[in-house]
Design a protein around this ligand. Structure first.
Ligand SMILES: Cc1cc2nc3c(=O)[nH]c(=O)nc-3n(C[C@H](O)[C@H](O)[C@H](O)COP(=O)(O)OP(=O)(O)OC[C@H]3O[C@@H](n4cnc5c(N)ncnc54)[C@H](O)[C@@H]3O)c2cc1C
Length: 348
């Protein structure tokens, strides 16, 4: 992943929507969106899409928005250049949907902090150089910058999740982990607000790369349906096949519309809470259903390892879990409409 990040960083990929004073291009979220769509189309790798988004929304942008001058000077430019890898550690063995229930603890220890706990399914660990980790401090859940070599931190690779395989995934074990006082990100007790904000941005743009990949997927299916013979014509002449292709195209266009709406709101400085939840819900289901359709149309060829499509089935299932599950997003949307139970104001 490090070499891919260096390649993307060299092309200025992480500079979009970052102010020039921190090494960015100072351009719009609309430019960021288009760059992500192009990246998805070029690499066709959901693992890379996941890794890139964990880096951007899990660390780079939270640091940009909530970091102090010294913190920004220390880490931002190398993150923007893609020289350092990062992510965020929220989920624990007890569950990921309700971050308020996390058990990781932080206590003051002299001028610094001591952390105890375990985090799971952290994208980019163990390759990451730093992550934002969340734990309970006396004032409430708080965010801390954790570096790979910190004393009392163990970063372990976890191969158990069979999705988005090219992205590193790992666990973080914190045992009497001591970090200096300048690692607190934002004010004490603002961790849940930071988590909500990070996930809001991640939900808005994490499927941009996937949309690029889905463009290619649709083209493959159209080409196959024209090429493949069936009876006295080609496969696409069957209404059952043509309708699947029409559905795939409509889903993809809907995803593009939602992504552009998020970019438009972001460029206008508007809140993304509702739109980003709707975008992620629509896009993750579009990816899953279109991948099922693609495999069905391609027949057994769709399940050949070289087609890429069969692996995307697992990736698409994961897409309905990370960054807020379908159920959590629906709870949130319903709560924002003033109805629906179950969304905890303090939760995701
Ligand atoms: C590929 C991948 C990458 C990931 N990367 C990261 C990362 O970088 N950092 C990180 O911290 N985490 C990461 N995660 C973890 C991810 O955020 C969690 O999987 C997710 O939050 C769900 O948590 P859980 O898996 O513990 O399921 P649970 O929270 O245990 O939920 C289990 C099921 O119950 C449903 N459910 C839970 N609560 C409710 C409710 N209130 N109402 C209705 N239904 C509910 C859920 O929707 C789900 O279907 C990643 C996961 C995957 C698969």
């Amino acid at each position: 992943m490090r070499s891919k990040f260096a390649e993307l960083g060299g092309d200025g990929f992480f500079r979009h929507a970052v102010p020039a004073e921190w090494g960015g291009t100072g351009n719009r979220f609309t430019d960021l969106l288009e760059a992500h769509i192009r990246m998805g189309r070029r690499y066709r790798d959901p693992g890379l899409v996941l890794a890139v988004n964990a880096h951007l929304w899990g660390t780079l942008f939270p640091l940009l928005r909530h970091g102090g001058e010294t913190q920004k000077r220390r880490w931002l430019s190398s993150l923007v250049r893609g020289e350092r890898l990062s992510g965020h550690a929220i989920t624990e063995a007890g569950g990921g949907s309700d971050p308020a229930a996390m058990t990781t603890r932080a206590e003051r220890c002299g001028a610094g902090f001591r952390l105890h706990g375990e985090k799971r399914y952290v994208t980019n660990v163990p390759e990451a150089d730093l992550v934002i980790v969340y734990g309970h401090l006396d004032e409430g859940i708080s965010a801390f910058v954790l570096l790979k070599g910190d004393p009392g931190v163990d970063w372990r690779r976890d191969h158990r999740v069979a999705a988005c395989r090219s992205a590193p995934m790992g666990e973080i074990v914190l045992e009497n982990c001591r970090i200096p006082g300048d690692r607190l990100l934002g004010r004490p007790g603002t961790g849940l607000a930071l988590i909500r904000e990070a996930l809001e941005w991640e939900r808005a743009f994490i499927f941009a790369g996937i949309a690029g990949l889905m463009e290619w997927q649709l083209e493959q299916v159209i080409a196959f349906s024209r090429r493949r013979r069936s009876g006295d014509g080609h496969l696409g002449r069957h209404q059952a096949i043509a309708h699947r292709i029409a559905d795939m195209c409509t889903r993809l266009d809907t995803v593009h519309l939602w992504l552009r709406e998020c970019a438009r709101l972001a460029d206008a400085g508007r809140r993304l809470t509702l739109a980003s939840a709707q975008t992620k819900l629509v896009a993750s289901n579009a990816f899953l259903h279109s991948t099922l359709d693609a495999v069905q149309i391609l027949g057994a060829q769709g399940l050949e390892a070289t087609s890429g499509m069969s692996e995307w089935l697992n990736d698409a299932a994961a897409g309905r879990l990370f960054s807020g599950t379908d159920e959590v997003l629906k709870n949130l949307i319903a709560a924002l409409l003033g109805t629906g139970a179950g969304y905890r104001a303090s939760g995701k």
